[in-house]
Design a protein. Structure first.
Length: 427
């Protein structure tokens, strides 16, 4: 994109770049502007909102060598924390669980984030524990205290679309020098991060809309099948991402490959049971055991789901079809539907089930995530199992229902999975 085409709103003045961009751009070194614009182009390729926020935050932190950061998005007139990164905590044993936070802030002058959303102006704080006396906002120490972290310098910028709409704020924490000592953010950091935030806001708004459309599809399915709630699919997708990431590290996958898969896995995992929309209510909502014929109909949801994504136009469609079709396969070959030669044939599912690594990895991951969540969740027709009973079931099914390597990974990141459960609770 040429610089003259770049239209965004300056967080300081509220003017568009057509009006004030030249002075901002001239204040930045040319190579930093070029870097920001090429990253902004790359952001447009990312489909999933979480992958996008991950990249936006990573790049914003990279400009100022910041140790940590978070993005809050506007939801129901509040700022809801959507994404957190923290290098110090990620390096610590069981520090990663603190990245799944669940809180909202009012848009008012009581917090730094609320104040930036209110004023739509960036804010630099040199030391969060020694705020200037005249300011209205306070620093909330609860995160530092629970995670044993020390916040010092903070840069908070608004995320504003080219049409002047505030969609959230980004906060980056603890800028560092070459020796990794924490230093205050500079005015140039503020300019660079604000400029980048303005460019990223459009991509964020677009990806947010995609996620909302998916969740609406799931809401429609939920009217039909009360098992597949928005909270359930959000949890299954987040568990799947974390299990995949740990698997990919164990299996020495490249960072680019991990990012690419994470981007498509989340949405594809959310849609694992979308084929149930085509199953009769009489079967789906039956109170009591299913007859052999009803069970056969129920099993058909994997085929119906896969058909939805059959005219594949993207990697994302391929993975969604793979997961929809295979998430009831079992490692020992006792699952369904087995090999399918023609997805559109009338009686295309006959078994036997696929076995072991013959089941696509993404489907093996979703199988584990889905069963864990279904057993630990309460439904109208059933109580949840006690957590220990669920964990014992997963241990017992290692090498039977579930891929043994994935079961080991599940237990190695169990604290992160619990934090996810807490973040996406039913409401
Ligand atoms: Fe299913
Ligand atoms: Fe499910």
């Amino acid at each position: 994109m040429a610089l003259t085409e770049a239209r965004a709103v300056d967080g300081v003045t509220g003017q568009s770049y057509n009006d004030c961009g030249k002075h901002m751009i001239s204040a930045l070194k040319k190579n930093r502007v070029t870097a920001i614009l090429s990253i902004s182009e790359a952001l447009n390729q990312i489909k999933d909102i979480d992958s996008l926020l991950d990249r936006v935050l990573f790049e914003a932190r990279r400009f100022s060598r910041a140790d940590a950061g978070s993005i809050y998005l506007l939801e129901n007139q509040k700022l809801r924390i959507n994404f957190v990164q923290n290098d110090t905590l990620t390096r610590k044993e069981s520090g990663k669980k603190y990245l799944y936070q669940n809180h909202s802030l009012e848009i008012n002058d009581q917090s730094m984030a609320g104040y930036v959303a209110l004023t739509k102006k960036p804010l630099i704080i040199a030391d969060a524990y020694h705020l200037p006396q005249a300011v209205p906002y306070k620093f909330n120490r609860s995160f530092d205290e629970s995670a044993a972290y020390l916040t010092c310098s903070v840069l908070t910028v608004p995320l504003i679309t080219p049409y002047g709409k505030l969609i959230g704020i980004m906060q980056i924490i603890n800028a560092t020098d070459e020796n990794n000592s924490v230093i205050p953010f500079s005015n140039e950091d503020e300019l660079v991060v604000s400029f980048f935030a303005n460019h990223a806001a459009t991509s964020i708004e677009k990806a947010k809309m995609t996620r909302e459309i998916i969740l609406r599809m799931i809401k429609i399915a939920e009217l039909h099948d009360p098992e597949e709630t928005g909270a359930h699919v959000n949890r299954v997708a987040a568990y799947a991402i974390e299990i995949y990431s740990a698997w990919a590290l164990n299996n020495r996958k490249s960072e680019d490959e991990i990012k690419r898969i994470r981007d498509i896995l989340r949405i594809a995992a959310m849609l694992h049971d979308v084929g149930k929309v085509a199953i009769s209510d009489l079967v789906l909502k039956k109170n009591g055991p299913l007859s052999a014929d009803e069970f056969k109909q129920m099993k058909g949801h994997v085929i119906l789901g896969a058909r939805l994504f059959k005219d594949s136009t993207s990697d994302w469609d391929d993975m969604a079809a793979e997961i929809a079709l295979n998430h009831h396969e079992k490692w020992d070959g006792t699952g369904y539907p087995g090999e399918i030669t023609d997805l559109f044939a009338e009686n295309c599912s006959s078994g036997p089930g696929k076995k072991g690594a013959g089941i696509p990895l993404a489907a093996r991951i979703v199988a584990l995530a889905d069963v864990y969540d279904a057993l630990t969740s309460e439904r109208i027709y059933k109580d949840s199992w006690p957590e220990e009973k669920v964990l014992q079931h997963i241990r017992d099914q290692k090498g039977k229902h579930f891929d043994p390597e994935l079961v080991d990974i599940f237990f190695s990141i169990y604290d992160v999975l619990r934090a996810i459960k807490n973040k996406y609770s039913e409401n």
